[in-house]
Design a protein around this ligand. Structure first.
Ligand code: HEC
Ligand code: HEC
Ligand code: HEC
Length: 118
């Protein structure tokens, strides 16, 4: 093969590899939100929440996001308009899972008030 053919070949390969990466980077570009955040815990005080840690242990965004949008402030907004009751996510989502995983002898999170609220 002469030099020109080789160059053309490499350019074509580069193009194919480049194009095949576009769908992958499209998935990777999903907005996963902040790695950590402080949630409004009302009169009991703020709750430090490790979002990224939960994304790896929970494996399904909808476990939490079925109740509120993937937007900063969405949880408070849903409580404000009455779509969610006060402490509903805390009891039905957060503590419910921590209890269930603990009972099953799996990795789990806190269930006592002051371990979440500070
Ligand atoms: C264990 C619960 C939980 C899981 C699982 C979870 N999130 Fe969230 N997410 C939250 C909470 C709580 C908020 C904060 C909402 C608020 O500010 O009111 C949030 C906020 C967000 C936001 C808004 C930006 C931000 O930083 O506040 C995005 C985007 C988001 N999540 C994406 C995701 C994606 C994508 C997944 C799955 C890969 C996921 N979340 C899984 C609880 C969760
Ligand atoms: C696993 C973490 C966690 C534990 C344990 C926990 N909380 Fe919460 N709490 C939260 C989160 C997150 C919120 C905000 C979401 C909601 O209101 O559902 C919250 C909200 C609250 C609010 C404010 C509700 C409002 O809208 O005014 C109060 C009050 C509260 N918790 C009291 C308690 C008490 C009392 C206990 C112990 C019996 C407790 N929490 C245990 C995470 C927790
Ligand atoms: C479906 C299960 C599940 C749900 C829902 C869930 N958690 Fe957890 N959480 C876990 C597991 C598992 C761990 C232990 C992770 C580890 O450290 O290995 C954990 C750990 C934690 C910790 C301790 C983190 C640390 O290491 O400092 C806190 C605080 C916490 N969760 C708060 C919350 C709050 C607040 C919510 C609701 C918005 C929530 N969790 C919802 C499963 C869950």
């Amino acid at each position: 093969m002469n030099k020109k053919v080789l160059t053309t070949c490499f350019a074509a390969c580069g193009l194919i590899v480049g194009l095949s990466l576009i769908p992958v980077s499209g998935i990777m570009a999903q907005n996963v939100g902040r790695p950590e955040m402080t949630l409004n815990g009302g009169s009991k005080g703020p709750v430090l929440f490790k979002h990224q840690l939960h994304q790896t242990v929970v494996n399904d965004c909808a476990v939490c996001h079925k109740d509120f949008e993937k937007k900063p402030g969405a949880l408070d907004a849903a409580k404000k308009i009455g779509v969610l009751r006060a402490k509903q996510v805390m009891n039905k989502t957060c503590i419910a899972c921590h209890r269930a995983t603990k009972a099953a002898g799996e990795r789990s999170g806190p269930t006592s008030c002051n371990a979440c609220h500070s």
